[in-house]
Ligand binder design. Structure first.
Ligand code: ZN
Length: 347
């Protein structure tokens, strides 16, 4: 099969399109013809060798996959060749204390797509049936690939970890990103007042179309002053944070008393100073959030099937142009997700 492989960590030029042996489905596994694979910023970190996940080249990237079952491994029941599936990011054990209490994203022995299987920047991928979820007919391959991580992560942050309720006010950082734009849609759908920020007025205008009530340009405006102006000096109930650095600090300062800041990433500054005094005097909370559960993704799939939320695809590329696809993501000019289409290989 064709796959995009890197043999050493580095920049875009380490990626090469190669012929590699087809993966084979082992017992309890299926072989999937990959139709679409969405890109994530994690792919860049993995390629550069700074992801803090145990990865050794040669390596095939790609964690967010949609495709069709091409072959069943030994002992597989309940799945058919030709069914359209989306591997859940993690193969959770179902048996540890976290899996048994509805917190499967904390599974003690998780397997991850691409880390414990091959990745989605390839024509085929083999994985355990423990990963599999069915994809509704109403969604295109590309839209389905764009849904899982953005909406699953946003759901877990907003509702499960952040406990966002109707009538509350939430500030969503970087609304132009995949999870930012997903969070705007889910928070709006849930009846919250949505304040969002982005680095350009163009991105803010797009987010307004998705249900954002107020926009702040964090490149030209004072985020905390604007939040206080918009909330009559009260602050917001919840900050949706995934950026790190300055926006993390500004998020803490934008919280109302007893407010919560929920965070799942920090590319713009992973280690930050932290002013303890206003934090405890305001009785604020910082809440970590890691991926999502299968049930949360299935709820998002159902909302998308009914047209209540829309996975956003900025642009898609054939597999052979994976380097250009990553370059586009690294320029951070997109609104929504970038997808590659191994199912439409063009030599
Ligand atoms: Zn487990």
């Amino acid at each position: 099969m064709k796959a995009v492989v890197f043999h050493e960590f580095g920049g875009l030029d380490v990626l090469s399109l190669e012929d590699v042996p087809d993966p084979r489905p082992g017992p309890g596994e299926v072989l999937i013809d990959v139709a679409a694979c969405a890109l994530n910023h994690l792919d860049v970190d993995v390629r550069e060798g700074i992801s803090r996940f145990p990865v050794e080249p040669p390596f095939i990237l790609g964690i967010e996959v949609v495709g069709r079952i091409a072959e069943l491994g030994e002992g597989v029941e309940g799945w058919q060749v030709g069914e359209r599936v989306m591997p859940f990011l993690m193969a959770t054990c179902g048996d540890c204390t976290y899996c048994r209490t509805g917190r499967e994203s904390l599974c003690l022995t998780p397997g991850f797509i691409s880390f414990s299987t091959s990745g989605g920047y390839a024509e085929r991928l083999a994985c355990s049936t423990r990963h599999l979820m069915r994809v509704p007919d109403e969604l295109s391959d590309e839209a389905a690939a764009a849904l899982q991580i953005a909406f699953g992560t946003a759901w877990h942050m907003l509702f499960t970890r952040g406990k966002l309720g109707p009538g509350e006010t939430v500030m969503i950082n970087a609304v132009g990103s995949g999870i930012g734009s997903a969070a705007v849609q889910l928070a709006h759908f849930a009846g919250a007042t949505v304040i969002g920020n982005a680095s350009s007025d163009e991105k803010l205008a797009r987010a307004s179309e998705l249900g954002m009530d107020h926009g702040i340009n964090h490149a030209t405006q004072d985020v905390v002053a604007e939040v206080m102006r918009l909330t009559d000096d009260r602050g917001v109930d919840l900050v949706f944070e995934h950026v790190g650095g300055t926006l993390f600090q500004q998020g803490l300062d934008s919280l109302a008393k007893d407010g919560r800041l929920v965070i799942c990433g920090g590319h713009s500054g992973e280690v930050v100073p932290f002013d303890i005094i206003p934090f405890f005097r305001g009785q604020k909370s910082v809440i970590g959030s890691f991926v999502y559960t299968r049930d949360e993704v299935e709820r998002c799939l159902e909302l998308a099937r009914r047209g209540k939320i829309e996975p956003l695809v900025y642009k898609s590329f054939p597999l052979a142009e994976a380097r250009e696809a990553m370059a586009t993501m690294e320029r951070r000019e997109q609104f929504g997700k970038i997808v590659i289409r191994p199912g439409e290989f063009e030599p």
